[in-house]
Design a protein. Structure first.
Length: 395
């Protein structure tokens, strides 16, 4: 006779097995589906006045689904040379000019507005970096230029970028935090050092700054007054100004940030930080409490793999899109596990390919916009085509 408790365990096992096999196949398939995209090769429309872009270093989408970019520009000689008119003797008629630093497009790719550059009352960055548009339509811009070595007979070297700027959407200065060349280290409550990116929190009127290349921290200010709130380093620890070791994927994770290239806030309030040269994303609460980390293309060396991130636009924001300017693709990452599930694009010049994809943003429809730095120098649109089977390779 079989003992009663054994019978109970057997029935329980059978019931559990039945429960597992009764999960609808459609639900299983849905859990393995990923976002799919198709490049729009004719977006944006040609710029007026024969303008051309320099390296695109920031992309943002505002509440109206307008797409903003900031680029590094180029001097007139470089523009003419790229057009074939800077040679001696000239080989072509003059045709091209550098576009203004800040450009605003609508969904159709039509240029709506443009501005930027040195002006009265503020310090335009020598090397513009990230851009973000807050809920009120204000435009934030960072700069990452380092101080070059002084050249004999040419006077003092220009100072490094150590500030961020807040403008109205038509380019009127509203606030400047920090000053070029004024650097006090990673514990400072008033200065920055080559900041790269922003996240804006309208619930608290705070701006999170990826103070990122030299200070290697996230620092939070009041977005209206510029008053300091808090800052933190990797794992939510105090910052450390010791030189960072060269990244080695076979060694234990670095206990400090290397290059903080982005900071983003999800709908649930979690803060996502790109630690670019350490190939990782770290996640925090708004007070800097560490939550988790995940690696993306962990074997990538040099400039690293995690340059920028954007969130999918479903209510749960199930996916992260990671711009990887080293591997020349956008990784699709599950936000809950930080596992890579697919990718978009590959290295190259054709539409849908990348050369230095360093920035990414998503509109309300789930479409992606990417900016390419280095010699990529372009903005691309990838149209969201729904969910489907993974198509990209996994690192």
């Amino acid at each position: 006779m079989i003992p009663s408790n054994h019978l109970l365990r057997s029935f329980a096992s059978l019931a559990l097995g039945a429960a597992i096999t009764l999960i609808p196949l459609s639900a299983q398939r849905a859990s393995s589906q990923v976002p799919l995209f198709q490049v729009d090769p004719l977006w944006p429309k040609p710029l007026p006045n024969h303008w051309i872009l320099g390296s695109v270093t920031g992309v943002s989408v505002d509440a109206q689904d307008h797409i903003w970019l900031v680029h590094r520009g180029m001097d007139s000689l470089t523009a003419r040379t790229e057009a074939g008119t800077g040679t001696n003797p000239p080989t072509a008629e003059s045709c091209c000019a550098p576009a203004p630093f800040v450009l605003e497009f609508d969904q159709a790719g039509t240029l709506l507005n443009s501005w930027g550059g040195p002006g009265q009352g503020y310090d335009w960055p020598r090397t513009p970096a990230g851009i973000a548009v807050d809920s009120k339509g204000n435009v934030w811009i960072a700069g990452i230029a380092a101080q070059p070595a002084a050249l004999a007979g040419r006077g003092p070297a220009p100072p490094s970028d150590a500030h961020v700027l807040k403008f109205s959407r038509d380019g009127k200065l509203l606030r400047q935090i920090g000053q070029p060349g004024r650097i006090e280290g990673s514990f400072s409550k008033t200065t920055l050092n080559r900041p790269t990116s922003f996240a804006l929190d309208p619930a608290t009127n705070e701006v999170y700054v990826a103070d990122g290349i030299d200070n290697k921290r996230v620092v939070v200010f009041d977005s209206e007054t510029g008053a300091y709130k808090r800052h933190w380093g990797a794992y939510g620890r105090p910052t450390n100004e010791a030189p960072r070791p060269t990244y080695d994927p076979d060694k234990p994770p670095d206990q400090q940030f290397n290059v903080v290239s982005c900071v983003r806030i999800a709908g649930d309030g979690l803060v996502y930080v790109c630690d670019r040269r350490n190939d990782r994303i770290q996640v925090f609460k708004k007070d800097g409490t560490f939550v988790k980390e995940g690696f993306v293309s962990k074997s990538t060396l040099g400039e690293g793999s995690v340059w920028d991130v954007a969130f999918s636009r479903d209510p749960q924001q199930r996916f992260l899109y990671v711009a990887d300017g080293s591997d020349q693709k956008v990784w699709v990452v599950r936000r809950d596990t930080l596992d890579v599930v697919s990718s978009v694009g590959a290295g190259g010049r054709w539409p849908g390919h990348f050369y230095g994809v360093g920035n990414i943003a998503a509109d309300s429809k789930g479409n992606l916009y990417t900016g390419e730095t280095y010699e990529g120098k372009r903005l691309q649109k990838f149209v969201f085509k729904g969910l489907g089977a993974p198509a990209g390779e996994k690192p």
